[in-house]
Write a protein that binds this ligand. Structure first.
Ligand code: FUB
Length: 326
């Protein structure tokens, strides 16, 4: 009863996980983790894979949420039905709740950047990025820009899917940066204080070797880091294992829009073809959340979120991320 009162949406339950993946019940598949530190807690926004075994498609009807006060305790609060795209965005179709991220805006409210398919879209790329807003990290969510998505094919696309995988950084000086993209195309733009209006035109970002998708922008000790899924199929990739699996690579920059310097691979290819992660500092430690196909019944379209601690090599400038050994 207490839990139901504390959270406005959905059903929260307590999960004592045996380790990684966090949810390993063979029923609920968690994907595309986006960690967030808020109210002294570590949250992880995730998607939900519901493809039946053998179905080669991302069937993702809703977002889910994980919450802990200590990742080492393996005790999580879990909301398997956090929010659905069509419940927030009038213009969205169901079933494509792709990789989102929640960040706290300068107004202290929470903004959820969500790639979803636009209803009735005849665009080459039907995906678009909407923004939801809430007073709390756990909702309830309303459309922060009811006029429609803030990113859509009104910006010329080269591929059938481009407008997904948003990542947002609210910088120490209050300026806000949005990156997004897949299929090797990474775009970025500064946002106004309202978290939805573009400041100028988006730019194409280069310099990140083998970039495929899943950008994650963060900052540490004045250095900007951009982690991403490096396409192992790409000729320039450092991923050394199976050809079609992605690794997590990263680059650094002294300015939020680059130029970026490629720094290497921090997580080798996992057991799912896609690799998607987020890095965050919580209670003095850094963590990488990512997904793989390691849970019972898992596969490329039935992925599950894991979390590991990240350590740094501070003997050099900029500090580099030690390879994460899951
Ligand atoms: O989950 C759907 C897509 O798979 C994401 O948008 C990509 O980053 C990959 O993880």
């Amino acid at each position: 009863l207490l839990m139901a009162c504390a959270h406005a949406e959905g059903n929260w339950q307590t999960v004592h996980s045996a380790g990684n993946p966090i949810i390993s019940d063979g029923q609920n598949f968690t994907t595309d983790p986006a960690p967030l530190v808020a109210d002294g807690k570590l949250y992880i926004l995730t998607g939900r894979d519901t493809a039946a075994p053998g179905v080669n498609d991302f069937i993702m009807p809703e977002w889910q949420m994980l919450e802990t006060e200590d990742p080492a305790s393996h005790t999580w609060k879990y909301n398997p039905h956090f929010v659905r795209p069509e419940a927030v965005f009038k213009w969205a179709t169901p079933a494509r709740a792709y990789a989102g991220q929640i960040v706290q805006g300068p107004d202290k409210r929470y903004y959820m950047y969500a790639p979803v398919v636009e209803a009735g879209s005849k665009n080459k790329d039907p995906f678009a990025i909407g923004v939801a807003v809430s007073d709390t990290p756990t909702g309830p969510w309303t459309d922060a820009h009811p006029a429609g998505p803030i990113v859509s094919q009104s910006y010329p696309v080269k591929n059938d899917i481009e407008n997904i995988d948003p990542t947002v950084l609210v910088d120490d000086d209050g300026r806000i940066y949005l990156y997004w993209g897949t299929f090797g195309r990474l775009k970025a733009v500064e946002l106004e204080n309202d978290m939805v209006t573009f400041k100028g035109q988006p730019v194409d970002i280069h310099g990140l070797k083998g970039f495929f998708e899943a950008p994650w922008l963060f900052k540490r000790n004045g250095t900007y880091y951009l982690m991403y899924a490096g396409n192992a199929a790409g000729p320039e990739s450092d991923c050394t294992e199976a050809v079609y699996y992605a690794c997590q690579a990263y680059g650094t920059a002294r300015s939020p829009l680059g130029p970026w310097t490629y720094q290497g691979v921090l997580l080798d290819p996992v057991s799912s073809t896609t690799s998607h992660g987020g890095i965050v500092r919580y209670k003095g430690k850094w963590y990488l959340a990512y997904h793989n196909a390691d849970a019972p019944g898992g596969d490329h379209f039935r992925r599950s979120v894991s979390i590991d601690e990240v350590t740094w090599d501070d003997s050099i400038t900029p500090a580099l991320i030690d390879k994460v050994i899951p």
